[in-house]
Design a protein around this ligand. Structure first.
Ligand SMILES: [Zn+2]
Length: 389
């Protein structure tokens, strides 16, 4: 198992704030805007110190975090931790430096821009993309810089704290391949997006399919365990579209499951998984396909091949959100035992009744317990496909 490289707190020597203003009074003002606070990572039971500030359209500030210099060269997934508190900005810009050129006129950095909507992220590690990084080529390599250029009026809050660089080069050989569960054969065969290509604010998966409700979004039914895959257009745009097995495996459940409508669960004996602490290993996983219509093409116990059609997109039994495929990946044997599992529905129902008490201690701790249940069993299916495609 490979541990990721961490930089955990703003006091770390790798942390550098720059104020791009000459006027000392303005600099003092900018410095006074920073607040320090603590946030909690439920998955790792870790507390982090984080800095935050109001976004400011007029005065530019940058914050840098550096990849440890002794990190080996290779592909990395760069991730930031976004706390639930003090992270309301919808337009925080990050750059990741992946190459530097030294010339007569100094150092030239080549970097990638990523815009992050922090308002939708609550205490999660959020990927900024995957990069080949060679730290021996210069200190700037792997640098993650946050810009204050969000132009939000009124100002929102942007936070910056832990960054991790997850090495992607430790798992030997090519494992079995997995594809998206929707899309044409060409679309499913094409490279899976390595950055978060967006349709509006939604990540695109294959072709025009987008995820309207990404992993760990907090919404009416709790923290989302997977992705809700949709085609653009009206809510019925994806109705009746074929669903495919994402990889070779054995069907462990296919049939009716309460308010889900129909679901299909498939066991896959080996896949590369990234656990919540950023470590990676090979193990068995389960893929689940929810809101399948009545034409189920497989039965429990049947072997299926990657890309084999297994059913068609339908509706949930009490559908309010229109047709879509709910798709998730479980890395424990939970779905083998409880194919229709949904994290603590009773608590979620209770929380919906008490929505007015969102700030209360009881509300927050119930919310945290649901999140813990999700993280302890499900993987981000987008990251999973990127690792295994
Ligand atoms: Zn869903």
């Amino acid at each position: 198992m490979t541990k990721p490289f961490y930089v955990l707190s703003p006091e770390d020597q790798n942390f550098a704030i720059e104020y791009h203003v000459e006027d000392p009074a303005k600099q003092e003002y900018l410095k006074s805007q920073w607040k320090r606070f603590k946030c909690y990572d439920t998955a790792l039971a870790q507390t982090y110190e984080v800095l935050c500030r109001p976004t400011n359209p007029n005065l530019e500030v940058t914050v840098d975090r550096y990849l440890p210099a002794n990190a080996p060269a290779g592909p990395y997934r760069v991730e930031i931790f976004v706390p639930a508190k003090h992270s309301t900005s919808k337009r925080v810009i990050f750059t990741i430096t992946y190459r530097v050129n030294y010339s007569g006129s100094g150092t030239q950095e080549e970097y990638s821009y990523v815009m992050v909507d922090m308002s939708e992220l609550n205490d999660v590690w959020h990927p900024l993309g995957e990069f080949h990084l060679d730290p021996s080529a210069g200190r700037e390599i792997g640098k993650v810089r946050q810009y204050d250029l969000s132009i939000e009026d009124p100002p929102a809050q942007a936070s910056y704290g832990p960054v991790r660089w997850v090495p992607l080069f430790s798992l030997p050989g090519k494992g079995p391949r997995f594809d998206a569960p929707v899309g044409s054969p060409e679309e499913r065969n094409a490279p899976f997006p390595t950055g978060r290509v967006m349709f509006g604010k939604y990540p695109i998966w294959v072709g025009r399919w987008y995820d309207a409700n990404p992993f760990l979004s907090w919404y009416t039914y709790g923290y989302h365990t997977g992705a809700d895959l949709n085609l653009p257009g009206n809510t019925e745009a994806d109705r009746g579209k074929e669903i495919y097995s994402i990889g070779d495996g054995i069907v462990t459940f296919a049939g009716r499951a309460g308010s889900w409508g129909n679901i299909i669960v498939i066991a896959h004996p080996e896949a590369k998984v990234t656990l919540p602490d950023g470590s990676r290993r090979k193990q068995a996983i389960f893929s689940r396909y929810g809101h399948v219509d009545h034409r189920i093409l497989v039965r429990a116990g049947q072997r299926v091949k990657r890309g084999q059609p297994i059913g068609y997109i339908g509706l949930a039994a009490n559908a309010i959100s229109g047709s879509h495929l709910h798709f998730d990946i479980c890395y424990t044997d939970l779905l083998a035992k409880r194919p229709a599992h949904w994290p603590n529905l009773d608590v979620i129902r209770a929380l919906r009744w008490h929505a007015s008490q969102r700030e209360s201690r009881a509300y927050l701790s119930s919310q945290m317990s649901i999140k813990k249940e999700v993280i302890s069993n499900y993987l981000d299916p987008f990251v999973f496909l990127r690792d295994n495609h």
